[in-house]
Write a protein that binds this ligand. Structure first.
Ligand code: MAN
Length: 347
């Protein structure tokens, strides 16, 4: 059952609301923001996906070249070596590329509804070989020693998880790739458990196994080990093809509550919940049988890549979760959920 109360103002942000940050590009999509509070304001760290304005008969997209400069590649649409069936990915002659280049960008708000561009804060662009196709879907863990950003690094050799630390959103310490390929959807718990840091992450195993949610622990957030698989995809269910963590788990009296995404074989993305033991988060106490949110609004069904609700950021105030999410991989929306109500669906 869908229990998300969508904001009547949705979508809160669409591509035309912002100016492209890369010269000569247009914004194709706004996606999946990280969320945090800073300086008495609510902030979204948006994933912005840009590409050149598309010309008739040609598909063109940006990459970073070896010198770290943006370069545009173009293929004729009728070239038989081209596979452009998925709007997100281009296959050409055995090599995969992305149709857009993603980077991270800050917007802020007083009321959590109207967001304004924060152009005095620099966007975070992909940097170096492992991010030459861009960076995506950043989770922001707010901890007593600053903000810990985990995001997807994309390049021709891999999809993995990168880590950045910042305290002021102007100076960034890049710590490289913390979860090697193929891995994404990494959410760090915002406090230690039994003296250790924990994170959810999503490796993919191409042979045995699949796209499952794992738990890892760390003494310092840079070195991760003791990996355990805690949630697999489930045959014939709404999350039968892949699952992945959303934002940092929410501490409740009954356990750590994690809102995660699951997709089926038609790439329909819904959200569900996991409840993890407070003292041993590798123990799954409960899991949604049915989604708690499904793509049912028009803006969630039609867009750059339709039938998607995808979240990796929220604010919690008592029982109330204000969840920000990407709809149809194109616009930014928000919805409210009650922790008590989510927990009651897990009984
Ligand atoms: C993947 C990621 C997300 C995206 C979904 C739906 O999980 O690339 O960023 O929102 O697919 O396309």
């Amino acid at each position: 059952m869908d229990i998300a109360k969508r904001f009547s103002q949705n979508p809160l942000l669409k591509p035309s609301d912002l100016k492209p940050a890369i010269t000569g590009m247009e914004i194709a999509c706004l996606l999946n923001p990280g969320v945090f509070c800073y300086n008495n304001k609510i902030w979204l760290l948006l994933r912005v996906a840009e590409r050149p304005v598309q010309k008739e008969g040609v598909i063109s997209f940006p990459i970073y070249n070896a010198k770290g400069e943006i370069e545009v590649l173009s293929f004729d649409k009728d070239d038989s070596r081209l596979d452009a069936t998925d709007p997100r990915v281009i296959g050409y002659n055995g090599q995969d590329y992305l149709t857009t280049m993603s980077y991270l960008r800050l917007v802020s708000s007083i009321d959590g509804i109207t967001f304004k561009d924060e152009s005095e804060f620099p966007p975070i662009f992909g940097n170096g070989e492992l991010e030459s196709f861009g960076i995506e879907d950043c989770r922001v863990a707010t901890m007593d020693d600053g903000f810990w950003l985990t995001f997807t690094e994309v390049s021709p050799v891999a999809v993995g998880v990168g880590l950045i630390h910042t305290s002021d959103w102007e100076n960034f310490d890049r710590h490289g790739m913390i979860f090697p390929p193929h891995n994404k959807d990494c959410a760090i718990f915002e406090e230690k458990i039994n003296g250790k840091y924990y994170a959810l992450h999503r490796p993919s195993s191409p042979a045995l196994g699949g796209n499952y949610i794992w738990l890892a622990e760390s003494p310092d957030r840079f070195h991760w080990g003791n990996h355990k698989c805690i949630a697999t995809s489930r045959k014939d269910m709404w999350d039968c093809a892949r699952v992945g963590a959303g934002a940092a788990p929410i501490k409740t009296e009954q356990g750590w509550l994690e809102i995660y995404h699951g997709a089926d074989h038609n790439h329909r993305y819904c959200l569900g919940a996991l409840l993890l033991d407070l003292y041993d988060p590798s123990k799954v106490l409960a899991r949604s049988k049915e989604p708690i949110m499904e793509p049912i609004a028009g803006y969630e069904q039609t867009g750059f890549f339709g039938n998607v609700v995808f979240t990796n950021g929220h604010l919690v105030d008592g029982d109330k979760i204000t969840m920000y999410y990407g709809a149809s991989d194109e616009v930014i929306c928000a919805a409210q959920l009650s922790i008590t109500e989510i927990l009651s669906t897990l009984k």
